[in-house]
Design a protein around this ligand. Structure first.
Ligand SMILES: Cc1ncc(COP(=O)(O)O)c(C=O)c1O
Length: 409
């Protein structure tokens, strides 16, 4: 094979992967319609309202409450669940900071636990061991679009009389046993930030099948108002988390494209799963049989440096990028963030709980560490590439393996 691109050779992939975000006249017309209507905010509008209903229906949920972003969605959901100072929420150590920081925003403690070694989703065994009398919620993250083990987690939640929240920021369109994720647990959240599978630049939604949780979440997202009541009547603590009409209109057009894009990602990911599994040292994220459809926020695989002349993951990624394969960073373990290691998070806790010992700060969480240091993430637009492009990704990885020694020199 040719010389590595990182060492001055020709990049293996010469055509760019599809641009993201994608749009067409659907978004353009929708935006123009909002502009012309002069109704640009949600309260008197129709677009965000319709989007909520369409997205909820698509995700097998009775209710959807559109909000400003995925972090806000978590804050609103936790508020609806009544989480507050003195409470604990069990959160995976391998996730984006928002899953934990939203818990801190309520004054509760995120209790961090490890993930499984193959799906990188929260480990039910660890969840079970972490439940205390203060636990109110299990916050599962559907990592890279792969659902957490919703059977086990729902059973644990039921057994202990606590809630199951699905942080589905990565999982638009994902299914567990033929049912869309989000409202399989008590409440779920999605993000529509720019890198997500559908986007309005920013945005989020809370979904639930529970009428009471819907009522609370809707009120919290709209300054504590209640439907049908006077505009200046405020019944509970809330804030302004409303999504604009622009975003509602764009997201309706984006939702219409999700299934066709999802089919392409699924086909390409299946090809990569089968081809990359043949390369010694590369192990794709495991696909649980109960995951009947995966949203693929990212294509994640484990990289074993021992099979690549001991090249560190970062060097492998450099070589892959040089060959024309884009990647996105994996997450660092949450408990290793400055927010936690500096103890700054304690300022969010109630004074009585602020001085408690938190064992998770000293934990190693080996599966999270492995996920953080040894996985490679291909951003989801890569999976919209052609079949030929998928074959080139496989060739690029093989090329690096063959020449790994040259990179060590
Ligand atoms: C797992 C997870 N939860 C929550 C969020 C927060 O979403 P947002 O960026 O829309 O606030 C993200 C964003 O990337 C995420 O990856």
């Amino acid at each position: 094979m040719d010389k590595l691109a990182l060492l001055g050779g020709d990049p293996l992939i010469k055509t760019a992967f599809p641009a993201w975000p994608q749009y067409d006249e659907g978004e353009q017309q929708a935006l123009q319609k909002v502009l012309d209507s002069r109704i640009w905010w949600r309260t008197p509008g129709t677009q965000t309202l319709q989007f909520e209903q369409e997205f909820a229906r698509y995700h097998d949920a009775r209710h959807g409450i559109a909000v400003t972003n995925g972090t806000a969605a978590l804050e609103v959901a936790l508020g609806a669940l009544g989480v507050g100072p003195g409470d604990e929420v069990i959160v995976p150590d391998f996730t984006f900071v928002a899953t934990a920081s939203a818990v801190l925003s309520t004054g509760a403690l995120p209790v961090l636990v490890d993930v499984t070694p193959d799906t990188y989703c929260i480990d039910p065994e660890q969840v079970e061991a972490a439940v205390t009398e203060r636990t109110r919620v299990i916050a599962a993250v559907h990592m890279g679009g792969h659902p957490a083990d919703l059977d086990r987690l729902a059973a644990i939640a039921r057994q202990h009389g606590i809630y199951l929240l699905e942080d589905s920021a990565h999982a638009h369109g994902s299914e567990w046993r033929g049912r869309k994720v989000g409202a399989i647990g008590d409440i779920g959240t999605f993000s529509f930030q720019a890198s997500k599978l559908m986007t309005a630049g920013e945005g989020g939604i809370v979904v639930t099948n529970d009428d009471q949780l819907e009522k609370l979440a809707r009120s919290i997202h709209d300054c504590g108002r209640m439907p049908g009541e006077w505009f200046y009547a405020h019944f509970i603590y809330g804030s302004n988390y409303r999504l604009s009409e622009w975003q509602g209109a764009v997201l309706r057009a984006q939702l219409a494209r999700l299934d066709s894009q999802g089919a392409i990602r699924t086909r390409n990911a299946a090809y990569l799963d089968s081809e990359l599994s043949r390369i010694e040292g590369i192990t794709p994220q495991r696909l649980d049989q109960r995951c009947t459809r995966k949203g693929y926020y990212a294509y994640i695989f484990h990289y074993d440096r021992a099979c690549f002349a001991d090249l560190p993951t970062a060097r492998f990624i450099q070589a892959l990028n040089a060959e024309g394969v884009p990647t996105q960073a994996s997450y660092p373990p949450i408990h290793q963030l400055d927010l936690f290691q500096s103890q700054a998070y304690r300022a969010r806790l109630s004074p009585e709980r602020r001085g408690d010992q938190h064992g998770f700060l000293q934990e190693e969480f080996l599966n999270t560490l492995r996920g953080a240091r040894e996985t490679v993430w291909l951003p989801q637009p890569v999976l919209l590439g052609s079949e030929a492009a998928m074959a080139e990704i496989v060739r690029a990885i093989r090329k690096i393996q063959v020449h790994a020694n040259a990179l060590r020199a």
